[in-house]
Design a protein around this ligand. Structure first.
Ligand code: SF4
Length: 302
């Protein structure tokens, strides 16, 4: 931030920062702020803090038991279009992404940005029928500097009760995919849904509900700025990428969401109902891991 000679913040820089912040919130569909919402315009260091390296999980004892053995070869045709990157630290990129108009939010400001958004979401009533029925909103969970963000569909009964996405049976499978399959910790990634409120009877989100809620998700993606998105199920595909193609046509290849390398795979709930499809999900995860430069955890390692 520009500072005046007497080391006082430049009012013009403060106005620019305020304008950027409000425009960012407006892009998320917000037209009001909680009364206790504070906008910190204090001078910032001229350089961003270093990206925190988030350590990978210790190798797990049982490898990918939720999916198929790691020795399953990835067909050549399904390998990533882009060359795998060298092993990289598990910190979200501070590099600007071409698809985002707003500047990258420094790591030390992302928590506040997400907390402010979560506060707004918690009182959202854009879908009155969903707001009336929910126990609470389910905002998202995980690292604010995640390289990888999973996007599911909507909270279920367990998520509505606990306020965290993917905590039921499907959540257990997703956690196994992340930990046993990819060798990461659940807290290394970020997990969110298309909708923040539970639809009745776990039905699919309606288009108007998704239209109301997706701006919140877009804002989460914009704040976290992941390098990779993994869309879980066709609902996430439909409302982030558009179109209504089958998962068979959408999976195992790269898509682009605002400059973020995006892939799609089966929703864990679908995999629970169709265990034979876990093999395909494992192929997708291997493709993702190859692009991220992640080696699968060793079989039998502790
Ligand atoms: S689903 Fe999203 S947009 Fe609709 S009421 Fe809940 S938080 Fe608001």
């Amino acid at each position: 931030m520009t500072e005046t000679p007497d080391d006082q913040p430049d009012p013009r820089a403060q106005i620019r920062a305020l304008k950027n912040h409000l425009e960012s919130l407006a892009r998320a569909g917000l037209d009001a702020l909680p009364v206790d919402h504070a906008i910190d315009l204090a001078p910032r260091p001229r350089t961003h803090p270093p990206v925190a390296r988030e350590t990978q999980a210790e190798p797990v004892a049982q490898h990918a038991s939720a999916l198929v053995p790691p020795t399953t070869p990835v067909p050549q045709a399904e390998r990533p279009i882009h060359s795998p990157q060298p092993q990289a630290p598990l910190g979200g990129s501070l590099l600007g992404s071409v698809g985002f108009e707003l500047p990258v939010i420094p790591l030390d400001e992302r928590g506040q940005a997400l907390a402010s958004l979560a506060a707004v979401v918690s009182t959202c009533r854009k879908c009155p029928h969903l707001a009336d029925a929910r126990t609470q909103t389910v905002f998202g969970v995980g690292s604010h500097s995640a390289r990888l963000m999973f996007v599911g569909e909507a909270p279920g009964a367990d998520e509505d009760r606990l306020g965290e996405p993917f905590v039921g049976r499907a959540g257990k499978l997703l956690t196994d995919m992340i930990t046993k399959g990819m060798g990461l910790r659940r807290e290394d990634v970020y997990i969110a849904n298309i909708l923040k409120c539970r639809p009745p009877d776990n039905r699919n989100p309606e288009p108007d509900e998704a239209a109301n809620c997706v701006p919140y998700l877009e804002r989460q993606i914009e704040v976290i700025r992941p390098e990779f998105l993994c869309l879980l199920g066709l609902v996430a595909v439909r409302y982030l990428l558009g179109g209504a193609q089958s998962m068979g046509r959408m999976r195992s290849r790269w898509h682009d969401y605002r400059g973020v390398r995006t892939m799609a795979t089966y929703h864990p709930s679908y995999l629970l109902r169709n265990p034979s499809m876990k093999r395909e999900a494992w192929v997708d995860l291997q493709m993702l891991m190859g692009a991220m430069g992640i080696e699968p955890p060793r079989r039998g390692s502790a």
